[in-house]
Design a protein around this ligand. Structure first.
Ligand SMILES: NC(=O)c1ccc[n+]([C@@H]2O[C@H](COP(=O)([O-])OP(=O)(O)OC[C@H]3O[C@@H](n4cnc5c(N)ncnc54)[C@H](OP(=O)(O)O)[C@@H]3O)[C@@H](O)[C@H]2O)c1
Length: 273
């Protein structure tokens, strides 16, 4: 989808972190926005900020783990705007713990918010896109979906699921005007889940893992839609060669990822107790 001006995007998780930046950048592209998350006041503040750019934006308080609220979100979007051109499945939570100690309820919650909600919301949005023969789904995955991290098993599993789901959508709707992209950020150093953990434990990951910014992630979302990219790894230094290497040499790949992230993620998990 080359021209985003006047089109409609639904963005989940738009009350904080990366979702706010995605809302700003899509608003600057001239897109009208439906913003979803649970925090009504924060969401309304983002909607007001985006409206000042001259586009329409509404806040629809939504818990994405509640299917009936997802249905209402889609109904409201269609009632207000007629069509849904872009869906950004961005709402997400982390669950960094030793897997033998993680609360089973946290496993379910992580899957519900990160993965099930992504699939269900896409399911409710797609009939409108298929009928219009136009639409793009952006799934906010993670590097953790490319190589499952220690102490992030549940989180990594949901992100790998989002990547596979994206691939299926691309294949299934190819040639029908509808497509999908997975955006896979590294650790964003200027807001969001990672930055909260980094401040809590007092240090980040080793320098050679690199990082990204919320601005780079939001620009990647635009690139994904306009250039119909299958997936975008957003990190500096570029890590695609590393993940290609991990696939070709899995034992060496897992060693590199374990060495580079294990201390940070272990501390992320223990610091929450
Ligand atoms: N930040 C990073 O370094 C990084 C790296 C890779 C991938 N990601 C991914 O990027 C996405 C955004 O992460 P972030 O860092 O911006 O996180 P964040 O700052 O914690 O924001 C998470 C967003 O998700 C929303 N959310 C959480 N649970 C929800 C629920 N049940 N229903 C509706 N909305 C819900 C939150 O809003 P409410 O609390 O108001 O509901 C908030 O708007 C996630 O999918 C994350 O996995 C982030």
């Amino acid at each position: 989808m080359k021209d985003l001006k006047g089109r409609l995007a639904i963005i989940t998780g738009a009350s904080a972190g990366l979702g706010v930046r995605v809302a700003r950048v899509l608003g600057r592209e001239g897109m009208n926005l439906v913003l979803a998350a649970r925090s009504a006041d924060a969401l309304e503040a983002v909607a007001a900020e985006v409206r000042a750019l001259g586009v329409k934006a509404i806040a629809v308080p939504t818990d994405v783990s509640d299917e009936s609220q997802l249905q209402r979100l889609v109904e409201r979007s269609v009632a207000e705007f007629g069509a849904i051109d872009v869906l950004v499945n961005n709402a997400g939570i982390e669950a960094f713990r030793a897997f033998h100690e993680i609360d089973p309820a946290d496993i379910r919650r992580t899957i519900d918010v990160n993965l099930t909600a992504t699939l269900l919301l896409t399911r409710y949005v797609l009939p409108h896109m298929v009928q219009a023969r136009r639409g793009h789904i952006v799934n906010m995955a993670s590097l953790a979906g490319k190589q499952g991290p220690a102490y992030g098993a549940a989180y990594g599993a949901t992100k790998a699921g989002m990547i596979a789901f994206t691939q299926s959508l691309r294949s299934e709707y190819h040639g029908k005007g509808v497509s999908a992209s997975a955006v896979c950020p590294g650790f964003a150093s200027d807001g969001g889940i990672y930055e909260v953990i980094r401040q809590r434990i007092g240090h980040g990951t080793p320098w050679y893992v690199g990082s990204t910014t919320a601005e780079a992630v939001s620009r990647a979302v635009v690139k994904a839609i306009k250039q119909d990219r299958p997936d975008l790894i957003v990190n500096s230094p570029a890590l695609r060669p590393l993940f290609t290497f991990c696939q070709a040499f899995p034992r060496l790949g897992e060693w590199i990822v374990r060495k580079s992230t294990i201390k940070f993620l272990k501390q992320a998990g223990t610091s929450q107790r």
